[in-house]
Design a protein around this ligand. Structure first.
Ligand SMILES: NC(=O)c1ccc[n+]([C@@H]2O[C@H](COP(=O)([O-])OP(=O)(O)OC[C@H]3O[C@@H](n4cnc5c(N)ncnc54)[C@H](OP(=O)(O)O)[C@@H]3O)[C@@H](O)[C@H]2O)c1
Length: 324
């Protein structure tokens, strides 16, 4: 495993971070048992992953809590999240603190390394910064939190308006950003700002559905060619991203997707979500592999560099799923 210092924090984190949400939710989203989910987290820890990203909304905090019982608390970096509560002023701040206390209880710990506000829209940002963050900073003084972070919504904020404000405000030590082979605009819109402000970045949506489900990619390509955003051959090709698979390149599309994001300047941690032990091994290997060949990266940028907001499926967009 490789480790980096996360922005201006003093956390040394693995470049591969286990995402405990998404459609897989460590397997709880795909019909696996809690024991299997705990085993998956332990497998990640055994392979050197030390950053675990969960959330109150995922229903996986107790699994994470169980899995980390077997390792020293300071050997893992726990990131979790609370929604920005609806409602005004003090009561919203109280509910965020309540969410923090509930997360501490479910995780079985007395402190959270990175406490994030979850899926903050540009509209909710003022409330997050001016009402919720001050209340959470008071909890930090009590030792319940080490660092504060914020995650963007993805689908409804494809231009990263919220994150662009957050990284300049000095309150948030980390931001979670959507970036992938067909949604590359964080390269110019976010990463120069995070690097300048030394804000740590956690990457989400590297694979999601679009690069793990061929039918989802086919739908996206049909829509993008119909609207003139991509050349027609991409929708007609039987294996549209097949140019990435070759000797010296990637062996699988998911591997290409993780390798593409991992080496982008400004990316600290690549989150990956899975329910499968074999995928977990593959994904860590992909994240630790060298950059894709230059020619492949150039093709991806030439073909897809102008696209915005593709493939950022919200959690309710696939049948049978209930969390982000
Ligand atoms: N706004 C937010 O705060 C927000 C939003 C989205 C995500 N996140 C965070 O980011 C994390 C990562 O997002 P994500 O869960 O969408 O992860 P992802 O790694 O981009 O995609 C995961 C999907 O790809 C599949 N997959 C993974 N590895 C595979 C492989 N080697 N071969 C084939 N299929 C593979 C998974 O299915 P299998 O189970 O079959 O592997 C799953 O359906 C989340 O868990 C969460 O922690 C946060």
């Amino acid at each position: 495993m490789e480790y980096v210092t996360l922005g201006r924090t003093s956390l040394k984190v693995s470049v591969a971070g286990l995402g405990c949400g998404g459609f897989s939710r460590l397997g709880l989203g795909t019909g696996k048992s809690e024991a299997e989910a705990v085993a998956l987290v332990r497998q990640a820890l055994d392979l050197g992953v030390n950053l675990l990203d969960t959330a109150a909304a995922y229903g996986t905090e107790t699994v994470v809590g169980e899995a980390i019982k077997s390792v020293p608390r300071d050997s893992v970096v726990i990131a979790t999240k609370a929604w920005v509560p609806r409602g005004e002023g003090r009561s919203a701040a109280d509910r965020a603190v309540q969410s923090l206390d509930n997360s501490l209880r479910r995780l079985g710990t007395d402190n959270i390394d990175i406490f994030q506000l979850h899926g903050v829209s540009p509209r909710a940002y003022d409330q997050a910064r001016d009402i919720i963050a001050p209340a959470l900073l008071k909890e930090r003084e009590k030792g319940k939190i080490k660092y504060l972070g914020v995650t963007e919504t993805g689908s409804s904020d494809a231009e990263h308006a919220m994150a662009r404000r957050a990284v300049e405000d000095g309150i948030w030590d980390t931001v979670m950003i959507a970036f992938h082979m067909m949604h590359q605009n964080a390269r110019t819109r976010v990463f120069p700002l995070t690097m300048a402000n030394r804000v740590g970045t956690l990457l989400m949506f590297a694979v999601r559905n679009i690069f793990s489900k061929p039918e989802r990619l086919a739908t996206a390509l049909r829509e993008l060619t119909a609207s003139g955003q991509l050349p027609r051959w991409l929708a007609d090709a039987p294996n549209p991203l097949g140019f990435l698979i070759h000797e010296g390149g990637a062996r699988m599309i998911t591997e290409a997707a993780y390798r593409f994001v991992r080496h982008e300047p400004g990316v600290d941690v690549v989150l990956f979500g899975t329910s499968e032990p074999e995928h977990l091994r593959e994904n860590i290997a992909a994240i630790l592999a060298p950059p894709l060949p230059l020619a492949d990266r150039q093709t991806l940028t030439k073909l897809f560099g102008h696209l915005v907001g593709v493939g950022l499926d919200p959690p309710y967009s696939m049948p049978g799923f209930s969390s982000a």
